[in-house]
Ligand binder design. Sequence first.
Ligand code: SAM
Ligand code: SF4
Length: 334
Amino acid sequence: MSLSSNTHTLVDRFGRTVDYLRISITDRCDFRCIYCMSEEMTFLPRAQILTLEELAFIAKAFTELGVKKIRITGGEPLVRRGALSLLQEIGGMESLRELVITTNGSRLEEMAVSLKAAGVKRVNISLDTLDKEKFKEITRTGDLNKVLRGIEAAKKAGFERIKLNAVILKNRNHQEVGDLVQYAVDNKIDISFIEEMPLGVVDHERAEDYYSSASIKSDLADKFELIAISDNTGGPSVYYQVVGTSTRVGFISPHSANFCSTCNRVRLTVEGQLLLCLGNEHSVDLKRVIRANPGNLDKLKESIIQAMQIKPEKHEFNLQEQPIILRHMNATGG
Ligand code: SAM
Ligand code: SF4
């Protein structure tokens, strides 16, 4: 089959079809969330990161290989200059069904309307607390009110779906899970709770902060009736409907649930590394491929197809040990 045809699909050794790509378009961020970064971070020099053109070129190869959904993330994707034009370009790619974005919300107030116009269908917005002081503690540099105004702007812009992402840490924000769900219900949006993942060394002990999805679920049971629904994204999320509302609550539990057998996704870092698994180091250097073969889409596609052969069967995270994954989440593309 010609690699130029649009009928190729990406299948790994375990028979899993990869049709979802997450692209980190920057490792930089205007926040310094305690679970994601250490206070002092060194970011990549410009020469080391993919240009906007290179990012679009790789996205094109993936869509031609059957990828139907692309999530743009970071770092904070909306701090990259030119992010909007990149989104427009990817949003217009033939055969892509869904362009979605994950953001900390700091720039949504200004950008929500343009993002919708660029073809972004759904937005995930990180929000770990509704308490101004705690928000500052967790994000170190963020402004809660600005993010809340960003969420309002996203609602007005009319995305198909808005979902909040909350990383829950014991004794920092675990007491707030009920308030966060109530906020989602009041705003007719969805929310997912995420267990902290040991990616990179940060400034606290991961094991001490661990708060399980099971604990969150039992905390919520006092106030909300949740029924399991079958929304399956092929990822680590398990969804529930809040009875009597339009809100869905997701639990992303990398520690307590095994979702690897249905994994349908790969990640591209802004350095051009194709990561085959969030919890393993298996990767292929696509920047090297495109810089050695400028403009050669077939060569790039060949490398992507070959990369499927090293997608690991599953990940192992261990909170008690030093992280085996040295990259931070901002470099990984959460
Ligand atoms: N800056 C954007 C944001 O915060 O939404 C996009 C990138 S951020 C790395 C993507 C998601 O990863 C966020 O929802 C964030 O809360 C989550 N995240 C970051 N570090 C994490 C960690 N160590 N464990 C679990 N989730 C993490
Ligand atoms: Fe920035 Fe998102 Fe990481 Fe927070 S989680 S530091 S907002 S990249």
